[in-house]
Design a protein around this ligand. Structure first.
Ligand SMILES: [Fe+2]
Length: 197
């Protein structure tokens, strides 16, 4: 049984995720089921060796791509390392995350404004938790895909499934106290369509 679980692949996971999304959409039950699949994949200890090394991202200090869809805008799975708090950011897509190595504080916000005012964003904190290895969290689709990660240990690795590959797109950063949002500072070489974000 352990051996079987150890062989669970990113491709199998994505195939099951696509079925869940088309059958029941992105409701809480669907997110929970996807989270359980991600947890199952995170039980493999060899994820770094099966991934494609991608290196530094906008927030991550190192990362591997475990799955990239053939369809533009299809899902992507990334194993990412963080060694300091991220900015408060969005991804332009829904996502599910499982703590792989190490612990972190995780916060998530929802938008309470209409989103029409450029540069402005009113946010309400809805999640403020500590994630231990194996814990799962998910964020819904735009506009409530706003969150931040803050590693508790010197470094931590997260397994992240994003519903659509939007990395290097139009990510924003936020300051909830000032009610502001602005374009993320993404270096040009991370903006290619090949997901260098
Ligand atoms: Fe994120």
């Amino acid at each position: 049984m352990e051996n079987e679980l150890a062989q669970y692949s990113p491709e199998e996971l994505i195939s099951e995720v696509k079925t869940i999304v088309s059958n029941q959409g992105l409701n809480e039950e669907g997110f929970e089921r996807i989270g359980n699949l991600l947890h199952k994949l995170a039980s493999r200890s060899d994820l770094k060796s099966i991934g494609e090394h991608r290196g530094k991202g906008v927030n991550a200090v190192d990362s591997y791509v475990l799955y990239r869809d053939d369809e533009p805008g299809g899902p992507i799975i990334i194993l990412a390392e963080f060694d300091k708090p991220t900015k408060i950011h969005n991804h332009g897509t829904w996502g599910v995350m499982c703590a792989y190595e190490g612990r972190e504080k995780y916060k998530q916000w929802e938008r309470t404004d209409s989103g029409d005012d450029p540069g402005k964003a009113e946010l309400r904190l809805i999640t403020d938790i500590v994630m231990e290895e194996g814990d799962i969290v998910w964020w819904p689709d735009v506009p409530n895909d706003i969150h931040m990660q803050d590693p508790i240990d010197t470094s931590m690795w997260q397994l992240v499934l994003m519903g659509r590959n939007t990395l290097g797109g139009d990510e924003e950063h936020y300051d909830p106290d000032l009610g502001l949002r602005w374009p993320a500072d993404i270096p040009p070489h991370m903006r290619s369509s090949k997901t260098r974000g």
